[in-house]
Design a protein around this ligand. Structure first.
Ligand SMILES: Cc1cc2nc3c(=O)[nH]c(=O)nc-3n(C[C@H](O)[C@H](O)[C@H](O)COP(=O)(O)OP(=O)(O)OC[C@H]3O[C@@H](n4cnc5c(N)ncnc54)[C@H](O)[C@@H]3O)c2cc1C
Length: 493
């Protein structure tokens, strides 16, 4: 096989997004995509394996922590919100140019709400609302502590609730529910139709070695025939989700030293009562429990999956030593090596409360699990709900000069010195910010080309707001949202 310009490992939303960007910027590029499963977008990117929230920081309270002075730190929320607007622009570009063949609408308009109770939380929500609405990107956020008004927003959550309970909520009507699996499959289908792109399903990348000339030798196994082959590539992107850490370790780049991973799985309660499903139309996020990891914030969500409306509550955290839902129980033990054992032990010691929380989550009975739902939907009936298992997240553990090792909940791009290999570790805020994350890969690995006139022209054709702030420029924020809303067929604002 001829040498590839780019090899993308894994057919999830990250590789798909990078592939699309590269093919638009370099139409003649030779790109190979290797996926170990027989289906595209079937791990974390699949709709049933994630919560489908178009993370915009409208409702996720963990993106706006309270600082020691009692103020609200909204820096992360601003960044995530703008990133999601960037993602919508690329998707709109692809839709407008018929480059995203999808079966059903992949993005739907669903209100994003935060919901809290108790004086302390109400105070937090008030301060959060004030801080966020000072910026145009959050300007339309509504806030209420009025029982009747909140009942109009989310009637299902209010029936059976004590009227004397102090409650508060915020509401953003431009929130979304996204089928990231459908986007991934659409992008890969488009790539497969392009000259110079080959997609190999059922092919597992086993090893990555650098060659003397700075390019890469990649060993791939055809899982159907057990035959191995070696391919060569100028650039490698490890977009293998939970499988990325293992491949990064195999690449033997010094920049991978000290990285480890800690898997946390997610479970949801899925409602099977159609009457109940139709009474709720919002994604409603609450406060995480003390000691809970940030991605375990409870939420009651309307989902639109392949044209079918569903209602889910969760996530409940679980623990499995697998790094991928379709992975092996040996993933965690085999990822431990001399270079990361110390940071992993130190991170473990610093996160005893997380370990305790995970143990409590894993051993809880169905009735205990149900109690968490009743706080959001007091009249819920246990027989209407079934437990389903979503995807695996592998949180990053990283060596740290001060602490020895730290557990991180974000994503991180690791590159080699020559910028010919990039790997994505971590999973949050994830698919919603995939476009910004892949732009960051381009910026880090191809800085000269990104600055060139030709790439700038194409990039701004795909993402018109590039280089401008949607956070502070009210006019641009509004016009950008109007543009994506009309092309993606979301309701008018
Ligand atoms: C429970 C849960 C809820 C979430 N909720 C949200 C949400 O509401 N909103 C949001 O934006 N994000 C959410 N996320 C995060 C989001 O799902 C991920 O960030 C995103 O899907 C990651 O995409 P990816 O392409 O990196 O990984 P994946 O989609 O997992 O793709 C990686 C692919 O690589 C393949 N692979 C692995 N190893 C190899 C190998 N050696 N050779 C070949 N192929 C390989 C895998 O089979 C897989 O198909 C959630 C995640 C979880 C687990």
């Amino acid at each position: 096989m001829a040498k590839q310009d780019f090899t993308l490992i894994g057919a999830g939303i990250m590789s798909a997004t990078l592939g699309v960007l590269l093919k638009q910027l370099l139409p003649d590029a030779k790109i190979a995509i290797y996926e170990r499963l027989d289906k595209v977008g079937a791990e974390s990117s699949d709709a049933w394996n994630n919560a489908g929230t178009g993370h915009s920081a409208f409702c996720e309270l963990n993106y706006t922590p309270e600082n020691e002075q009692g103020g609200i730190d909204i820096s992360k929320a601003l960044k995530i919100s703008e990133s999601f607007e960037v993602s919508k622009q690329l998707w709109a570009y692809l839709v407008k140019n018929n480059l995203l063949p999808t079966e059903d609408p992949f993005i739907n308009d669903i209100d994003h709400m935060s919901f809290v109770w108790g004086d302390e939380n109400l105070n937090f929500l008030r301060k959060r609302h004030k801080a966020l609405t000072a910026y145009p990107i959050f300007k339309d956020m509504l806030h209420s502590e009025n029982y009747d008004e909140i009942k109009e927003w989310v009637p299902l959550m209010m029936t059976g609730r004590n009227k004397n309970q102090t409650i508060g909520a915020t509401r953003m009507s431009i929130g979304t529910d996204v089928n990231f699996g459908a986007i991934t499959r659409g992008m890969i289908a488009y790539l497969q139709s392009c000259d110079g792109v080959e997609v190999f399903l059922g092919h597992q990348v086993e090893d990555i070695d650098d060659k003397k000339d700075g390019t890469w030798k990649i060993e791939v196994k055809d899982l159907h025939t057990d035959k191995e082959k070696t391919i060569e590539s100028n650039f490698v992107f490890i977009g293998a989700g939970g499988g990325a850490l293992k491949l990064l370790e195999k690449s033997d780049i010094p920049e991978a030293d000290g990285y480890g991973g800690f898997p946390v799985s997610g479970q949801f309660l899925k409602c099977n009562n159609q009457d109940v499903i139709l009474q709720h139309e919002a994604k409603v996020y609450g406060m995480a429990e003390v000691g809970a990891p940030p991605m375990s914030v409870p939420h009651l969500d309307t989902r639109m999956l392949n044209g079918v409306r569903s209602l889910l509550f969760g996530p409940y955290a679980g623990f499995s030593t697998k790094f991928l839902k379709n992975g092996s129980y040996f993933d965690l033990p085999l990822s431990i090596d001399a270079h990361n054992i110390f940071p992993m032990l130190r991170a473990g010691l610093h996160n005893i409360s997380l370990t305790k929380y995970l143990i409590e989550q894993v051993v809880q009975s169905p009735e205990e699990r149900f109690k968490a739902l009743e706080k959001y939907y007091p009249n819920a009936k246990i027989e209407d709900w079934e437990l389903i298992t979503a995807g695996q997240r592998v949180q990053i553990i990283k060596k740290d000069a001060k602490e020895g090792g730290v557990l991180k909940f974000g994503t991180e791009i690791v590159t080699n010195k020559n910028k010919t290999l990039a790997a994505l570790l971590g999973a949050s805020p994830g698919a919603s910010t995939s476009v910004s994350i892949m732009l960051s890969v381009l910026n880090q690995c191809f800085p000269m080309q990104v600055k060139s006139r030709a790439w700038q022209k194409k990039l701004t054709e795909m993402i018109p707001s590039l280089g401008h702030s949607l956070i502070t420029d009210e006019k641009l924020c509004k016009s950008t949202r109007n543009y994506t809303t009309s092309i993606l067929k979301l309701e008018d604002q």
